[in-house]
Write a protein that binds this ligand. Structure first.
Ligand SMILES: [Zn+2]
Length: 240
């Protein structure tokens, strides 16, 4: 089995950070591992950078490893504010990122469309379905990426499925269930040509524990996959 020590992944293979939103389940590892990290940029929308700057890298909750905020600024990380809808080159790697706002209950989250040459990958941070969130954010995103699916330039979508179908809409807190995810995929499919999503790769992220629920979510997703997407469930790395 191919495995790399964790600190090598952190120091050599992770070149830059794109942060979808500043909830602790998404940024705690970045903060806690910062003393061992190398110089990097942190790309995010303005409100997300503001939270990291005023709540985490402050000298109150952690040393300020960033280049702005509480003094002294240690400047290991450089904040790079993304403008929604503008394509931004990611420094140090030959890729670009385009940020799209997502609705995540009372917070806004972000999707990133990453481009490398002629290939694209879409990553979505936490998001609720448009119908529950009373939003058009996902619809607008699907409209933007539909041509990339038709042309087969989009290689996959990384998207969350936090809860089981049994979770009531009023306690989704800006998240998806298998049913809501597939409903959103139907919406995306309706904007492409028939059968365009057959064999398209969907990487399921942010499946909430306990393990029993994770297994049930997989079963529900597979049962509801009438679009014949390829569902990929990433696992945790094994420490060496
Ligand atoms: Zn989360």
């Amino acid at each position: 089995m191919f495995s790399i020590p964790a600190e090598q992944v952190l120091r050599r293979y992770i070149k830059e950070y794109l942060i979808s939103h500043a909830n602790l389940d998404h940024v705690s590892s970045l903060i806690i591992n910062s003393p061992d990290d190398t110089v990097k940029n942190i790309y995010a929308l303005a409100n997300c950078i503001e939270t990291i700057k005023t709540h985490y890298f402050t000298w109150q909750s952690w040393a300020n490893f960033a280049n702005e905020g509480g003094k002294p600024a240690l400047s290991k990380y450089h904040y790079q504010v993304l403008n929604p809808d503008r394509i931004t080159p990611i420094q140090n790697i030959l890729m670009t990122a385009q940020a799209f706002p997502l609705s995540h209950a009372n917070l806004s989250s972000t999707a990133f469309l990453i481009r490398s040459n002629d290939a694209f990958l879409l990553y979505l941070g936490d998001t609720g379905p448009d119908e529950v969130e009373k939003s058009n954010n996902l619809h607008n995103l699907w409209q933007t990426i539909a041509p990339l699916i038709k042309s087969k330039k989009l290689k996959g979508i990384m998207i969350e499925t936090s809860f089981l179908d049994e979770q009531p809409d009023k306690t989704l807190f800006g998240h998806l269930t298998p049913q809501w995810l597939m409903k959103e995929m139907d919406e995306l499919a309706s904007l492409t040509v028939k059968g365009a999503l057959i064999g398209f790769k969907l990487i399921i992220t942010h499946v909430k524990p306990p393990q029993e629920n994770i297994e049930k979510i997989k079963v529900q997703l597979k049962a509801e996959n009438s679009l014949k997407l390829i569902l990929i469930f990433p696992g945790k790395g094994v420490p060496v």
